[in-house]
Design a protein around this ligand. Structure first.
Ligand code: MF3
Ligand code: CO
Ligand code: CO
Length: 296
């Protein structure tokens, strides 16, 4: 999702950001301000459509949507070959999603015209399927989100089309490792900033840059919930990680510099310098002991 500029904390008497329904001063205020030990607030009955802490039942629903998303990404693997159009990929994703009793979340989302995002080469994210054929040597990100029984599962992968250059393959491998390193630091007691710090360190060590204009996001009961997950930052900063949080981690890593620009269609984000870009995404839940990758 697009990064928003405001990340103000709630007022002391406002509801806590975590969705517990308690006043902020009675809930996460001391944790946020002191950065001390985490006491996970667990609402007995999560209410409304935007709780940050999901109940075990909600997490099972999100897991089912996430597993459908993973199945669709798997289904595509042998099909993404030279000559296939991104429109054809869109049709496969759409039909598989509907056949499973779910809906493709991107379709008509804020006016997005298709059921999946397909982002080729210098396209960073939100590429719109069209009649362009995939060519030998392309790298393409396919980003699938399913809505099943009201729950969302969001994940994406890179696909190599035919013979891909060693540099492009290295970008894809490093980006996958960036996601894995980001996931590996998710645990209660940690902070959102730990994730970006781990990702940024690995990208930079390999001579690549981290896109700053798009971030991971809370998800599960809405496509994009308030929580933001930057793929850069400092360890020990940002929201404390609490069991029951569900969010995506979806680093976009550029071979060149990080600035992006948006094409005239209002969606397609490309690298400003024309360099290649790669992305992988998982939906994860924070557990009592660590992390559960729901789209794995
Ligand atoms: N799936 C994308 C994400 O990871 C969002 C796509 S929004 C759309 O957040 F409208 F382009 F589909
Ligand atoms: Co996402
Ligand atoms: Co996505």
């Amino acid at each position: 999702m697009r990064e928003s500029t405001s990340s103000a904390r709630p007022g002391r008497n406002d509801p806590c950001w975590c969705g517990s329904g308690k006043k902020y001063k009675k809930c996460h205020f001391s944790v946020d301000t002191a950065g001390g030990a985490i006491k996970a607030p667990r609402p007995e009955r999560p209410r409304g459509h935007d709780v940050m802490i999901k109940s075990p039942g909600q997490i099972e629903g999100i897991r089912r949507a996430s597993q459908l998303t993973r199945e669709i990404l798997d289904m595509l693997t042998p099909r993404v070959v030279p000559g296939v159009t991104t429109d054809q990929i869109n049709t496969w994703v759409h039909e598989h999603t509907i056949a499973a009793g779910a809906t493709p979340s991107p379709l008509n989302y804020k006016g997005f015209p298709k059921s999946v995002c397909t982002s080729i080469n210098e396209v960073v994210c939100h590429g719109i399927p069209e009649d362009r054929e995939l060519r030998d040597g392309d790298i393409v990100n396919i980003d699938v989100t399913c809505t099943l029984d009201g729950y969302f599962g969001d994940a994406s992968r890179m696909y190599l089309v035919g013979n891909v250059s060693p540099e492009a393959r290295r970008l894809v491998q490093v980006t996958k490792a960036c996601l894995e390193r980001g996931i590996a630091v998710v645990a209660p007691g940690g902070f959102i900033g730990d994730i970006g710090a781990a990702i940024e360190a690995h990208a930079k060590a390999n001579g690549f840059s981290v896109v700053r204009d798009f971030v991971g996001h809370g998800t599960g009961v809405r496509f994009h919930e308030e929580l933001q997950v930057p793929h850069f930052g400092r360890k020990g900063t940002g929201q404390p990680l609490v069991p029951g949080m569900v969010f995506t981690i979806e680093p976009m890593i550029n071979m060149g510099d990080w600035p992006v620009r948006i094409l005239a269609d209002g969606w397609t984000a490309v690298t400003a310098d024309g360099s290649l870009s790669a992305q992988f995404e998982h939906t994860v839940a924070v557990t009592e002991t660590g992390v559960d990758v729901l789209t794995a």
